[in-house]
Design a protein around this ligand. Structure first.
Ligand code: RNT
Ligand code: ZN
Length: 423
């Protein structure tokens, strides 16, 4: 960056700082807090939810990745290199979220019920050397035993046992990751189980799911190494009429078993506010996991943009005053654009939204306490055009990452030099 650019950023920051200070906002504390909020980057954005099993199984489970942008990662080395590139363009220290299908199996076929921590040692070593935390997910799709759309709630005991063993092992692997890296690994269970058309019996599969989950979680693992999360969904493609692990089902399960609930922003009815759930759930659950995503019509997994839904989620995470109880992850997959750019766009947007929330003028809350809804609305709307962009630019510069759209040049160069060689 040219020195003149840098001083323009400093001047804009000084003016913005003054403006926020006049409104009673402590900018320095806001930036300090933002620097302590890791985002877990979904590894599966880097290769279209492919993984390294080379089993040839279709993705299934209602998941669909569209697009064929050149240069997707084909090996663990390529995926890690791409993640490193993305992380170098995102301010702050973050995490990586792995799926079981991303183990390093050395060309052998290792079925899901025999995975071990050793298959993830490469990831653990890499994460340790980059100061990253890891999160984990059992992969209950893209497998011959999941082709009919049922896993943990399957009517056949043998199939249920297979997926129970897979999930059980996934938790153990998560615990090894968390112990090795000194930061708890959130192991998130999402299953695709559901009915395309109206089931005759909604109870039996749900009863089986309770039993299976209880078997998965039978062994307690130290929370300083591993935390269990469960992810509900409204519907998936091919499972439009009944999702076994629905919101009601998994909320009840999480509350009674003291587990984390994972709120995926694309898993609810479009008019339902995910942001509104956070303050309620924190009253009853130990912690929360967010899969920050963007639903568009039937798809729950578009790249996160800087829209009102995102701002509302970020605002609630901060306003609860308990952001340390909310684990932040991204969940989308887009193969129609540069995959590294997809990570960078979503992460920077989430961080920018959190910054806006951290910079919220205290008079908004004061107006509510003073029973003055007119002032509350007026101040909320005025606050939208406060100069948070200048604070954000300064933050990026202070963390040594490109300011503004400058990161795109780096992604383009990487596309030219690295991705285009992958044929
Ligand atoms: C699916 C869930 C789940 C997956 C990942 C790949 O609808 O959102 O989190 O996206 O496990
Ligand atoms: Zn999700």
């Amino acid at each position: 960056m040219k020195p003149s650019q840098s001083s323009a950023i400093a001047r804009a920051y000084a003016l913005a700082h003054e403006r926020y200070t006049a409104l009673g906002v402590d900018v320095d504390t806001a930036l300090k807090l933002l620097g302590r909020m890791p985002i877990s980057l979904q590894c599966w954005q880097g290769d279209d939810v492919g993984g390294f099993e080379h089993s040839g199984s279709a993705l299934g489970g209602g998941l669909a990745v569209t697009g064929n942008h050149a240069g997707k990662a084909r090996t663990p080395e390529e995926l890690r290199a791409d993640l490193e590139k993305a992380l170098s363009l995102i301010p702050g220290q973050h995490r990586v979220n792995l799926h079981a299908m991303y183990g390093e199996f050395g060309g052998r076929s290792v079925d899901r019920d025999t995975i071990e921590a050793a298959h993830f040692q490469g990831w653990i070593d890499w994460a340790a050397s980059h100061g990253l935390g890891l999160d984990f997910n059992p992969t209950c799709f893209a497998h011959p035993k999941a082709t009919d759309g049922f896993t943990l709630s399957h009517c056949e005991r043998g199939i249920r046992s297979f997926w129970i063993e897979h999930c059980r092992r996934s938790r153990e692997i998560g615990a090894v990751m968390g112990k090795a890296l000194g930061t708890p690994c959130v192991t998130n269970v999402w299953i695709p189980d559901g009915f395309k058309d109206t089931p005759a019996d909604r109870s039996a599969p749900r009863e089986r799911l309770v039993e299976s989950l209880d078997a998965v979680f039978k062994k307690s693992l130290p929370p300083e190494h591993q935390l269990d999360a469960l992810e509900p969904k409204l519907f998936g493609i091919g499972a439009e009429s009944c999702t076994v692990g629905s919101y009601d089902f998994l909320l009840g399960y999480a509350v009674t078993r003291s587990k984390l609930l994972c709120l995926d922003a694309g898993h609810f009815h479009p008019t339902e506010s995910v942001a509104d759930k956070i303050s309620s759930l924190l009253l009853y659950l130990p912690e929360l996991l967010l899969h920050v995503s963007r639903g568009v019509r039937w798809d729950s997994d578009h790249v996160v943009t800087f829209n009102d839904d995102l701002l509302a989620i970020a605002r609630e995470v901060i306003a609860t005053g308990q952001s340390e109880r909310v684990h932040l992850g991204l969940d989308y997959f887009d193969a129609s654009i540069n995959r590294i750019a997809a990570w960078v766009i979503g992460s920077r947007n989430l961080l920018r939204a959190l910054l806006v929330a951290l910079l919220e003028p205290p008079d908004i809350h004061a107006a509510e306490l003073a029973d003055d809804p007119t002032a509350r609305l007026a101040l909320q709307e005025e606050s939208r055009s406060l100069p948070f962009g200048a604070i954000w630019d300064f933050y990026c510069e202070s963390k040594g990452v490109p300011v503004g759209e400058a990161w795109l040049e780096e992604v383009r160069a990487h596309e030219q030099n690295v991705l285009s060689q992958r044929v």
